[in-house]
Design a protein around this ligand. Sequence first.
Ligand code: PMP
Length: 293
Amino acid sequence: MHGKNMKVYINGKYYDKDDAKVSVFDHGFLYGDGIFEGIRLYSGNVFKLDKHIDRLFRSAKAIMLDMPWSKQQIIDAVCDACRTNGLQDGYIRLVVSRGRGKLGLSPFSCEDPQLVIIADEIQLYPKELYECGLKALTVPTRRNSQAALPPMVKSLNYLNNILAKIEAHNSGYEECLLLNNEGYVAECSGDNVFIVFDGKLITPPISCGSLGGMTRGTVIELAKKLGIELLETPITRFDIWTADECFLTGTAAKLIPLVELDKRVIGDGKPGEITKRLIEAFNEVAPKIGVHL
Ligand code: PMP
């Protein structure tokens, strides 16, 4: 049951899609003051659910949002929302907003944080892109500075990433690369980046300005299992242009090959061998890691 008949969870109750509303005085709406998670459901298994909830609580801590729910309550609510919507495969959007408050910026007038869970199907990139690979562009907008809004916080304010998306779209691309203020690769608009060079798998450390991706974490574990050497080290655009392979990782995209950046063809312009091995390994383990409904 999804689409029109979807039931949206808000603070312990279910609402039809058209009736699923939060107040316009919610600071999530007024200021983007809140946090979220995007979670995958694979064959009745909520992928890395515990780890997603841990990340949610770290985001909450960073923005000093007191969570009135326990981790277990949220885990149970996510599973319940999937069951209520009759889903076995899908995408779960979990949102916690600061709640209703006065019109001023101060979050201290907000007393009723809202917990929203939308369990739906996922709009993936078209299948051809997984076979042929994606093309992307480096955009002028830099990733948020660690000293401003740490990119590790999965906050409701995604304007940094949205501006990057707009710049990419205006230049005819749907995906883009963001650099940090030092000019090193941070991440793509909603995905982490990996390259393969001389048989080694390389990804920038989180400190370069990316979210600590769940998919990224699983790829790192899989590389270890498959005996692929892994390096977490700062990389530049040059490293991507001249890499043998490149791919992006994210909950919605899973693993997707990147075959061109800034009009430079990466490797031979086709998804690489190590990329394909990791995609296969990921598809195999993803339905087994996490919480079964
Ligand atoms: N970076 C950003 C900015 C993201 O929003 C996301 C999530 N879509 C990722 C990276 C990938 O993280 P995950 O694998 O946890 O989805």
